[in-house]
Design a binder for this molecule. Structure first.
Ligand code: FES
Ligand code: FES
Length: 175
């Protein structure tokens, strides 16, 4: 394996990492840099547990070789904690019981943070559509909906029916 040195901008700081150019960013974050808030589930782009923000957009870090993200702005859940919208979202998720096992929660929080910062992205489809790539195996969707509604200061959304039994929301299942 050829090792290379990479310069990465993570959570506003520049850091260097040495290793395989094809190493998935998720592994570099967790094992190389100790940012274990990013979770790994499927490693195949299906679950969204590994979601991070790349230049402000939610992406799955298990699919990204580290060589592809040099000089880009990488935000993990650790880097979002000081954002007031994120704080409000975290409070709402806690108040509504939006996490059960919690494994999907960082990815969901990262995606929702981006949606809250860029409501125009989801103006037509709504915040729930923003979560189409984030699966919750504990099926905590209703509580997550309630948390989103709480952050928005509105009523609980009913735009997507609760999934029957275990499994993802309908829009996710139909991908
Ligand atoms: S671990 Fe990346 S999408 Fe599941
Ligand atoms: S809370 Fe367990 S996977 Fe979502």
């Amino acid at each position: 394996m050829t090792e290379e040195v990479f310069t990465l901008r993570i959570n506003g700081r520049t850091t260097r990492w040495t290793g395989d150019p094809l190493a998935p960013l998720a592994d570099v974050l967790r094992d190389g840099l100790g940012l274990t808030g990013t979770k790994i589930g499927c490693r195949t782009g299906e679950c969204g547990a590994c979601t991070i923000l790349l230049d402000g957009r939610p992406v799955m870090s298990c699919l990204l070789p580290v060589a592809a993200v040099q000089e880009m702005d990488i935000r993990t859940i650790e880097g979002l904690a000081s954002d007031s919208r994120f704080e409000a979202l975290a409070d709402a998720m806690a108040a509504c019981g939006g996490a059960q096992c919690g494994y999907c929660t960082p990815g969901i929080m990262v995606t929702l943070s981006a949606a809250l910062q860029h409501p125009d992205w989801f103006a037509d489809s709504g915040y729930e559509a923003a979560l189409k790539n984030n699966l919750c195996r504990c099926t905590g969707y209703q509580a997550i909906r309630e948390a989103i509604a709480q952050v928005q200061g509105g009523a609980t959304s009913t735009a997507v029916a609760a999934p029957a039994g275990a499994g993802p929301a309908k829009e996710v299942a139909s991908r």
